[in-house]
Design a protein around this ligand. Sequence first.
Ligand code: UT7
Length: 319
Amino acid sequence: MKYARVIGTGSYLPDKILTNHDLERIVDTSDEWIRTRTGIAQRHIAADSEMASDLALNASREAIKAGGIDPREIELVIVATTTPDMIFPSTACILQDKLGIGDCAAFDVQAVCSGFIYALATADMFIRTGKCRTALVVGAEVYSRILDWSDRNTCVLFGDGAGAVLLRGDEQPGILSTHLHADGSQSKILSAPANICGGKVQGKPFVVMEGNTVFKFAVKVLEEVVHEALAENNLESSDIDWLIPHQANIRIIASTAKKLGISMDKVVATVDKHGNTSAASIPLAIDIAVRDGRIKSGQHVLLEGVGGGFTWGAALIRW
Ligand code: UT7
């Protein structure tokens, strides 16, 4: 099997919506500041009873239904998450059980907001090397659990959700290429600096971010990685039908699109309604654009993301 093709997509957003106006009652912020600095108008928040695996389960069921397969055909489950259900087992193993798939490889990938690109690249390798034929790749996050709701610098930015894609080996493309990068020396500019020791939380288990430094870093590396993906495939930016970026900030999204010469009507943007859902943001955006008919068979779709680590990456797909 030469390529991994997307045969189904799904997504899930928790019922509860938190608007910018709701946030005005929690921290010293304004709808105007959040909209103009980030493009975000609202985000979804998981119920206390909902774990990352529950969000992943709903998204996966939709992807499996769209793919028209029996879940037992799945040979690999990868979940990209920064907010797993527990220390272990992995959220992928919990999801595998909830889906009733039975014996197959299942593991989590932790690359924060680039997690879905990392997970997709990993599944692509499994399929290309013939190790498996059908893989489920999910991004699922309950970021609301790791936010300091008194810190306006971070709590207004994130939301909860999940997205899933089902991949199957095929002679026709498919994922054309994936590109992964990391620079651990930048780990401090975006982190949740805590661990568990002797049953106690050590450190601060909330997202902390040097927003402006992250912004500049993101704009720089995203431009580099999208050019890398285009060059590897001998394609021009004019060949791209849809750019699907990680949804952190509409200004970062617009800047990358502008540098590529891609107009915003070829960019799938969901940040206004979802906020930053970290590893879930790209598969959520994919599912929305597939279901509303924007993404069509044969089109070139370019995914790109950046996040804590620092990590960044891209994937170029012929749909
Ligand atoms: O998903 C992984 C990657 N993450 C990202 O890509 C996020 C990247 N960073 C960003 O999106 C932006 O840097 C932010 C949206 C976080 C911040 O926007 P900014 O234009 O970089 O603003 P800033 O951090 O320079 O802050 C400007 C001002 C500050 O006030 P002073 O010091 O100038 O008086 C902040 O205190 O805005 C203030 N501020 C707020 N004001 C109202 C920060 N957060 C808020 C808030 N409401 N929620």
